[in-house]
Design a protein around this ligand. Structure first.
Ligand SMILES: Cc1cc2nc3c(=O)[nH]c(=O)nc-3n(C[C@H](O)[C@H](O)[C@H](O)COP(=O)(O)O)c2cc1C
Length: 403
């Protein structure tokens, strides 16, 4: 029988070098509110509004994870997304991190490469790159852009792999220079690393494809280089072992992510961040369970994060995210599946989420139409809320994109 722990989200915990006073984390949230750079084409810069956004959500001893931040121009895509690969971007992040620190908070920088999910029009005419030349089936559409088919990506050469790893290392060093407390590699949601992990996308026949172990090689090598560069206690990674977003329909999920987690446990990372199997961008929690039954065979324990907890051992802290609210926020901690919980949508709509949770006050529901900018009135639904409605109990288990 699983042992119930005497801990909840309000118990302190140490993550890397950060002594946290509670375990409710701001999940990484792309909000597309950066300012267009006048110096470098196709790049966006963190601004005062973003500083206010993060500052409002910072609490003494609380951990914030930044929105996904491209590590280079070719890693980019979408409007309004600030990377940290130019000096003006770094200057912007520096003021944000300083403000969070001044409030006693901690901040990790999520590092991102979109791979095949971007478009050449957004990265200076370069062809998007991926593990293989397998495109996303469908149309690319984003705010302000007319719909166009996804392009066939270029399968990355060994040199591309080394260059990308060097970009991640440089971005991690930049993050340290501006004061972030650590970095989180975005290893999920159908972006570049996930495009190597999934067998339906990765059709390579070299040492980066063809087996579970080989598909993990790119991400594990990158993590090793990051640990060498900035120290393992500053390095974390986010994974979505049960993700479907970005047409990630790969097989061998339990075997592959258990192997990956077992290898990750050897580094002494700050944490590993896992998404709950129930959460999906397109499906409700109920629909996701049904979809996963077809994809993951055998007992119910397998459609949970427990196998990965076992593979990571107790010494690697786990953050879990996806569908948490006031009623279930301590459950995975009590059952020993995770050590911290990250909130996404509730943190969008409730900048004072920590106080509200602590005091048992009702939470406001998010307005999906204000998730992703840029807007003329970027502050609305971001730092300023005109009209809000109290959330109902089941809201958080509905699909993110449907609601
Ligand atoms: C507006 C929005 C932006 C998001 N951006 C990111 C992102 O940049 N990086 C990432 O790893 N996940 C991203 N996610 C996923 C969230 O981090 C989180 O895992 C998800 O919302 C589930 O948590 P929730 O049920 O508390 O909302 C985003 C989600 C939303 C709603």
């Amino acid at each position: 029988m699983t042992k119930i722990q005497e801990v909840d989200v309000w118990c302190p915990i140490k993550i890397g070098d950060c002594q946290l006073s509670h375990r409710v984390v701001l999940a990484p949230l792309t909000r597309n509110r950066g300012t267009k750079s006048s110096q470098h084409d196709h790049t966006w810069v963190p601004n005062e509004l973003m500083k206010e956004y993060y500052s409002l959500r910072a609490t003494p001893g609380g951990l914030l994870i930044s929105e996904a931040t491209p590590v280079s121009l070719r890693a980019s895509g979408l409007y309004g997304i600030p990377g940290n690969f130019t000096p003006e971007q770094q200057a912007g992040w520096k003021t944000i991190v300083s403000t969070v620190h001044a409030k006693g908070g901690y901040m990790f920088n999520q590092l991102w490469h979109q791979g095949r999910t971007t478009h050449s029009g957004l990265i200076g005419g370069q062809t998007p790159e991926s593990s293989s030349d397998v495109p996303i089936d469908g149309m690319f559409q984003w705010n302000g852009l007319s719909a166009r088919p996804y392009e066939v990506p270029r399968a990355m050469s060994k040199k591309d792999i080394l260059d990308t790893q060097a970009d991640f290392v440089q971005a991690a060093k930049n993050a340290m220079l501006v004061g972030f407390d650590g970095i989180e590699v975005h290893g999920g949601n159908g972006y570049l690393f996930d495009q190597f992990l999934h067998s339906n996308i990765n059709t390579r026949t070299d040492e980066y494809g063809g087996s579970s172990k080989n598909r993990c090689r790119f991400v594990l090598e990158t993590i090793e280089k990051l640990c060498d560069a900035i120290g393992p206690q500053k390095v974390a990674i986010r994974l979505t072992p049960f993700g479907l977003f970005g047409q990630t329909y790969g097989s061998d999920r339990l075997e592959q992510w258990s192997y990956l987690c077992a290898e990750l446990s050897k580094f002494g990372l700050a944490y590993v961040h896992l998404i709950e199997p129930r959460f999906d961008e397109l499906k409700s929690a109920g629909e996701k369970q049904i979809a996963l039954k077809d994809m993951v065979e055998s007992g119910s324990e397998d459609i949970s994060l427990l196998p990965f907890r076992k593979a990571l051992c107790d010494h690697t802290p786990i953050i879990t995210a996806g569908g948490f609210g006031p009623d279930n926020m301590s459950e995975s901690i009590k059952y020993g599946v995770s050590d911290l919980v990250a909130f996404g949508r509730y943190f969008v709509a409730n900048p004072d989420l920590i106080d509200r949770l602590k005091n048992g006050e009702p939470l406001y529901k998010w307005d999906r139409s204000r998730f992703y900018g840029p807007f003329d009135d970027n502050e609305l639904g971001y730092t300023v809320f005109k009209e809000r409605h109290i959330a109902e109990k089941g809201d958080i288990l509905k699909a993110q994109l449907a609601d």
